[in-house]
Design a binder for this molecule. Structure first.
Ligand code: MRU
Length: 347
């Protein structure tokens, strides 16, 4: 099984996703600042994985604290959370994780410091385990929507590497394959960071799931040729009305899907649903360095001085989304109602 991130006695260990698929290298973080750096630099990426990394980073920071009073520990706790908060703005799982760790901290404030430290470590490990269970449940629900055979297109990497394990969109595909469905995955390469060709293809190869990598501009032609029966992607944040922020290029795929009558599904845990954000226009979109666009594997591909844009995510309006697959069941339009109902339901 792929270990995306793990709490160990030596620190939090991450598989370095910037080195895949050619090198399988692991990095160990022993401070919360290092965890913030690995989130920012995309050593770990993908909304649910970022959430669990944030929780483990906070637990690590509190574990390292030399505070002798609860008041001092609280001050440090707030600083640690702030460092983690400043890493990436779009995936709401990061903020969800900070809130959950803060609630845990607040509930423990009369306890001895050593107990608080231990309880926060355990909380972050619980979040890790819950994420895997959520993905498996999403897989069970979502597999029913997958065709019994044929092509399924995905964009970016919403797999084991983007989560604590199993994956959201790839979890749905994995579950469908486990049920005997004969799925062939079309993986968009996902410029500029190449999460599709580097990470999705790597994961699926390991599992023996047939996969074809296409460059992003080939997706329309594949749909036109009848090679794609369904599309499933992950999400970084889902607004209350069902608008979906996901990797840049997702919107293009969704519009093309509509034109070709292909169902476009989103798989994401309830922690990705942000009921406080009414619609997609209010979702902050991360702008990443121009170099990710101008250079490929260190080689310059764009003339010096040319202007470049590099928004890491786009927003797909809810009208293009056939269903949102969560661990608590499948939401359909009108999403304002279905997402609220699932968010309020217990697991
Ligand atoms: O910039 P990234 O690689 O963190 O973006 C990841 C995505 O857009 C994923 O599709 C999303 O986080 C869902 S992961 C289960």
């Amino acid at each position: 099984m792929i270990q995306t991130l793990e709490w160990t006695p030596h620190g939090v260990v991450f598989i370095d996703q910037t080195k895949l698929p050619t090198e399988e290298v692991y990095v160990t973080c022993t401070t919360h600042q290092q965890v913030a750096d690995v989130i920012r630099n995309m050593v770990v990426r993908g909304a649910p994985a970022i959430g669990v990394a944030a929780a483990m980073g906070i637990a690590l920071g509190v574990k390292n604290s030399k505070a002798e009073t609860l008041a001092d520990l609280k001050k440090e706790f707030d600083q640690i959370c702030e460092t983690i908060r400043q890493t990436r703005p779009t995936a709401v799982n990061l903020f969800w994780a900070i809130r959950r760790m803060t609630e845990k901290f607040e509930s423990l404030r009369i306890r001895p410091i050593a107990q608080i430290q231990q309880a926060l470590i355990e909380e972050s490990q619980r979040m890790h385990a819950e994420d895997i269970a959520a993905n498996q449940a999403m897989g069970r629900h979502g597999a029913t929507l997958m065709p019994s055979s044929g092509g399924v297109l995905t964009h970016c990497n919403a797999g084991a590497l983007a989560t604590a394990g199993y994956g959201t969109a790839l979890g749905v595909i994995r579950a469908a394959v486990e049920q005997g469905k004969k799925i062939h995955v079309y993986a968009d390469e996902t410029r500029p960071f190449l999460q599709g060709s580097r990470l999705t293809a790597w994961e699926l190869m390991k599992d023996g799931i047939p996969t074809t990598v296409i460059s992003d501009n080939m997706a329309g032609a594949m749909m036109q040729q009848g090679k794609i029966g369904a599309i499933v992607v992950g999400a970084d944040r889902i607004a209350a009305n069902g608008d979906v922020a996901n990797k840049i290029g997702t919107y293009t795929v969704a519009v093309l899907a509509k034109e070709h009558g292909i169902p476009f599904y989103v798989a994401a845990p309830i922690s990705t649903v942000d009921l406080e954000t009414p619609d997609g226009s209010k979702i902050p979109i991360e702008q990443r360095p121009a170099r990710e666009v101008t250079h490929i594997a260190g080689k310059q591909m764009v003339p010096d001085g040319v202007q470049v844009e590099n928004p890491a995510f786009d927003v797909t309006p809810a009208k293009y989304v056939a269903a949102i697959i969560t661990e608590r069941g499948i939401a359909r339009a009108p999403y304002v109602e279905s997402l609220r109902k699932l968010s309020e339901a217990s697991t």
